[in-house]
Ligand binder design. Sequence first.
Ligand SMILES: Cc1ncc(COP(=O)(O)O)c(C=O)c1O
Length: 436
Amino acid sequence: MVQSHNNLFRIQDLRRSYAHEFCGDGPRVVVCHALLRCKCHIVAGFDKLALRKALSATSEKAKLSSASQSLTVQSCIYSITVGVGITEISHRSADANAILANAKSGLCQLLDIPESTGPEGYEILFLQGGGSGEFSAVVYNLISVWVGEQVKALGVDGSSAEGLQQLQRHVQQELKMDYLVTGSWSLKASQEAARLAGAQHVNIVTDSRKHRDGKFGVIAESSTWTPTLGSHKPAFTYYCDNETVDGVEFRSSPDGHNLVADMSSNFLSRPVDVRKHAVIFGGAQKNIGTTGITIAIVSNRLLPPHASLASPELLREVMQRLLAKHLASAGARIAGQHAESNYKAFLLYSALDKSSVYHVVPDKSVRSRMNICFRVKGGDESAEKEFLKGAESLGLTGLKGHRSVGGIRASSYNAVPIMAVEKLVLYLEDFASRST
Ligand SMILES: Cc1ncc(COP(=O)(O)O)c(C=O)c1O
């Protein structure tokens, strides 16, 4: 497969139709194209190995983007200018606090997070434990908030044996956690809640498998959902904004009391109505930075007054701070990143829809912009092997679908440049033309 002029022209056509379909307003497209130029420029600044890495675009974990690679260098420069290694300074020092404050303010700008210290504000926590750690943290913390509210509402004396019994009975009868199960990760989160608190306290508001032959790939109409009703609200309502394994993404955030969102795989890829949420969390490794940091944005309403909670690893902080700065300084911000994510998804889905060789797994209405899941020749094992082998020979690696579902998955996280997606599109077209 080579990048012929014809192919290049076809991509230009796609860009034009994309501009019509997704980005009616000119400036967004301009931002998107400016970003493309900026990214090409960054890529061009690296050696051949870096270029090859940038082109092998579609790994499941976001490889360090050209931006993040340069951030590593900048982190070292930071160490040199400060005079000590970034991991050598005290995590309670003024320097460390300044780094944290910068990281937080970058995120606040990007996601329009209210910075107030009052109940309308949010705390940003940098935590260890990965996205999965938050499955448990959400349960522990939000149940304790709920119980505290019940103590007040019932007026029970929590220090007397009688009061405790009354409270226990109440919790047994009334505690519910609402889960929207729309894919493998929200399923796992609901199972963790059942393990920690008891299955009787987990209310499955919707289970997408019931609406599609036992498999994930749709989000049922909200009119079919069964949220906890009645005088006692659920402790929280949980959903996963982008299901990484199944390629399913919410078009907009659902409604629910104390809304909790797992945004591990679509963080910073579009604007989010933070104010609608009690908690938003996500592992940083896909869309923001590297493994080892989980970001939690938590409403002040839910937090006790505290001093400094976290002592994260500073190198990663610096990288994330600089990545936030990079997004901002590229003029991209969230609107630009949103446009770019939409554009990349548009390129891939257009190529897939054009050929009967491919079949996109999730329903059109919920297709993820981040994880594009599809089958080759109806899931024929040897055809999919051949597809993967051909892709790898071109440096297009990491396209194998999650082991639990098989097939092909192209992950188009924030760090994946448009030119890498274009390279995959050319391969999709080439493979299809050879297969029909
Ligand atoms: C949507 C989502 N949630 C949670 C997780 C689990 O994150 P971690 O591996 O950091 O525990 C993942 C990991 O891929 C994910 O994609």
